[in-house]
Design a protein. Sequence first.
Length: 231
Amino acid sequence: MNKYMIPVLSIVGLIVIILVFMFVVNTSAPKSGYLYLKDENTTDTNKINQDTNTIIGNDVNMNNQNANPIYVIETTKGNIEVELNLTKAPTTVKNFKAYASGGFYDGTVFHRVIPGFMIQGGGFIADGNQKETMPPIAIESNNGLSNLTGTIAMARTNDPNSATSQFFINVADNKFLDYKNEANPGYTVFGKVISGMDVVSAIEKVPTTTKFGGYADWPVDNVKIIKIYLK
């Protein structure tokens, strides 16, 4: 064998190993939109804010009669009314408004339900497909609001600045999800349930399973969001 063949084969083998490793890492990354408690990585917050302002606009006054707008989440289990805190989480509230007013939430489901923790929805449809969203928004978790029972907060991936359309409603006091510091920014609370906690409790109690190739805690019978609208 040529004396140069072994080094060449070794280099080729190393390249193959690196490519296989990169593939495994990419395919095993967390599924977008699920709520994760490990906080890693950051992105360009200024760029995210620019994208959000471009899509949602800079108008803060969404309802002249009510500084804190009330939205109705109409579901197949009943209605949930949430009062959003425009003062504490302006970007997040405007983002929610944009998705709701555009009809994005119509027909989505609560795809992750964990008793004693939270119910999560706003991103998937009943067949397990995830809807295409607008660009992510900057996190606003350092706003003094806590993940207490009945509050509504934004779901995200490991990247703190990755929230798009998905939200969750706390069914317990989950203060461990609150902002601690820049290294542990928590999850943005942007409102609270003011009516319909019985509906939230009913959703919390539905039987769940694993569906669509690995989505755990998915209700056996889909709980749909019919629409979300400003009251």
